[in-house]
Design a protein around this ligand. Structure first.
Ligand SMILES: Cc1cc2nc3c(=O)[nH]c(=O)nc-3n(C[C@H](O)[C@H](O)[C@H](O)COP(=O)(O)OP(=O)(O)OC[C@H]3O[C@@H](n4cnc5c(N)ncnc54)[C@H](O)[C@@H]3O)c2cc1C
Length: 550
């Protein structure tokens, strides 16, 4: 029975994924391009003894299925890789990378698997899971940089640095990995003050399609590739092996303060003409600019409760009493305005603790999400206030009643002087100009609800798109004809032409290509890597005719 269930599940995956045409070699695509069992076995035998390969059939097929469908962030787009490989060292990666390039098989790195576009889980890919062999972490006492493998999650690097009373800039979600996060910039608790994760990287170790390893930095001969990887899209250039990043002295205490605010002042409604908490504070640029860069937060709209939740993080390097006093000043302002409902502070000794306790598990969910960077511009912010006020209207509530899962509108106020001054040139424009990122997540659990739920995303997209033309790709997902981004070249990146040039230079066959990434608009898998065993000898030529001198 288990075997039957597995076969049915696999058939469903293949049927769905088979709808998309590709020039890459796919299993069972009728061309006979897929490597034979003997060739796969030869690859497996050549890897180090600790490396593991999971195949759709054979003794570890159950394990394969669980990894193939292991999509904590978004299970709406399941698709089955052709091979799943856990490499243990660079030699293993090189063998797999050159194998993939020889057969024109698309290869993707994988760390947490949280990618909202499911780029790490495509159909027929070789999925290279870095989480076992690439987890070394070291610290340079001289320049205070941290070097870590592409299989480390933020929680690993944060915990390692906590022992040294340091921190690095990265995402807020402890279980997400820098490897994928950095590919579109990566932001978190410290971004408002110190820029994005990408701005703080000083070195990368990277492997190209032909197995060449490169040490990349911001000034060396391959600086074009360095900057393309840091913001120019995931899985588009090769395989990331390791990262070196700046660190900073950590605060003595981190504080998260959860605050609930009402939308309208106490005992008032929209009909009274009073300003909402948005126009008065949360979308008011002048007010936001009075908040110091070490205070940032996530906002969750909670229309059912007629309130917003702010999860404020205080990362200032000052005594706990002084930090707390700054947060209390904010509470006082909201209380005077009549919006304050309740609050509760939580103290953490280090950023790992802070991140882990504020992340929570991420079960498989079905999700279509949108993100917009809202510029530090009052006109743009007023439109956000209008949208958010509408969420609290009776009309909107009635439209959502009866839906399971969640229909969330949240925002990250992590932008300010640090992000504006950052230097990674390809991250979305909004990462430099925004006051905040706003997002919508349409989340449900049951496959049977897909066709009811997904279309709602297009309706929300129409509401959100006028708010900004720049988005964080890491928080956008699309599926089938829903949530399609036709302006992806300018919405998700800066200097698309520059990224395309990098792409052509370092991946000339366009083997590493993903939806909305550089190279997606070009012919794919146009050539393959010749290996000694397959390389044809050069044709025999007759010796060049000598010119006779007169
Ligand atoms: C619950 C949740 C919270 C989040 N919080 C934040 C946040 O606070 N800040 C933020 O900036 N983002 C956040 N994100 C977005 C997150 O950055 C993206 O989902 C990102 O793609 C995750 O990267 P990953 O490496 O963990 O995931 P993966 O799915 O493993 O990888 C993501 C992409 O990177 C590629 N990739 C991974 N490893 C390699 C490698 N070694 N070589 C080449 N390509 C590779 C994959 O192929 C894929 O395309 C969050 C996402 C979720 C689901």
């Amino acid at each position: 029975m288990a075997q039957l269930a597995r076969s049915l599940a696999l058939a469903a995956l293949l049927a769905f994924a088979g709808l998309s045409a590709a020039e890459h070699c796919l299993p069972n695509d009728g061309t006979g391009c897929w490597p034979s069992q003997a060739e796969v076995t030869k690859l497996v035998d050549s890897l180090s003894s600790e490396a593991e390969v999971l195949l759709p059939t054979g003794p570890n097929a159950d394990l394969y299925m669980s990894y193939a469908t292991d999509t904590p962030g978004n299970s709406i787009k399941p698709s089955a890789p052709g091979l799943i490989v856990f490499p243990m060292n660079e030699g293993d990666v090189r063998k797999v990378v050159t194998f993939a390039a020889k057969y024109k098989i698309r290869l993707v790195g994988k760390c947490s698997g949280h990618d909202q576009l499911q780029r790490s889980n495509g159909y027929g890919v070789i999925q290279l899971v870095m989480t076992r062999g690439f987890r070394n972490i070291s610290y340079n006492e001289t320049d205070h940089t941290i070097t870590f493998g592409a299989g480390n999650a933020h929680k690993d690097t944060y915990a390692f640095l906590a022992e040294k009373k340091r921190f690095a800039v990265g995402g807020t979600w402890a279980y997400v990995c820098p490897a994928g996060c950095l590919s579109n910039g990566c932001y978190g608790f410290f971004t408002k003050e110190f820029g994005t994760g990408a701005d703080n990287v000083v070195g990368l170790r990277f492997m190209l399609f032909n197995g060449t390893t490169l040490n990349l930095d911001a000034t060396g001969p391959h600086r074009d590739l360095f900057w393309a990887i840091l913001g120019g899209g995931a899985s588009s250039y090769g395989v990331l092996l390791g990262i070196t990043a700046k660190t900073y002295p950590a605060p003595d205490t981190f504080i998260i303060m959860k605050v609930f605010l009402s939308i309208w002042p106490a005992n008032m409604t929209a009909a009274d003409g009073a300003p909402s908490v948005f126009t008065r504070f949360l979308t008011n640029l002048t007010w936001y600019q009075t908040v110091p860069p070490h205070i940032s937060w996530q906002l969750d709209n909670q229309p059912d409760e007629q309130r917003v939740l702010l999860q404020i993080s205080h990362t200032g390097r000052m005594a706990a009493e002084a930090s707390y006093a700054e947060l209390t000043d904010l509470i006082d302002e909201w209380t005077e305005g009549g919006y304050y409902i309740a609050h509760g502070p939580e103290f953490y000794t280090d950023v790992a603790d802070f991140a882990v306790k504020n992340s929570g598990p991420s079960p498989p969910i079905r999700r279509v999400s949108q993100s917009i960077y809202v510029d530090a511009d009052q006109e743009a912010l007023d439109k956000v206030a209008g949208l958010w006020e509408m969420l609290y209207s009776e009309d909107f509530k009635s439209r959502l009643s009866g839906l399971d899962g969640a229909f969330q509108f949240w925002a990250q106020y992590r932008y300010g002087p640090g992000s504006a001054a950052g230097k990674a040139p390809h991250v979305a424009r909004g990462m430099r100009t925004a006051m905040m990122e706003i997002a919508h997540e349409n989340v449900w659990m049951k496959q049977a609800d897909d066709m009811d739920r997904a279309p709602l995303s297009n309706q929300v997209k129409e509401l959100m798109e006028p708010l900004g033309n720049s988005s964080y790709q890491n928080h956008c997902s699309s599926w089938a004809s829903y949530n399609v981004y036709e302006d992806y070249k300018t919405r998700f990146y800066q200097n698309w032409e520059g990224l395309t040039a990098v792409k052509k230079k370092y991946d000339p066959c366009n083997l590493y290509v993903v939806q909305y990434g550089p190279g997606w608009d070009l012919p794919k898998a146009t050539c393959s890597l010749s290996t000694p065993s397959t390389k044809r000898p050069p044709p025999k030529r007759s010796p060049p005719r000598r010119h006779l001198q007169a």
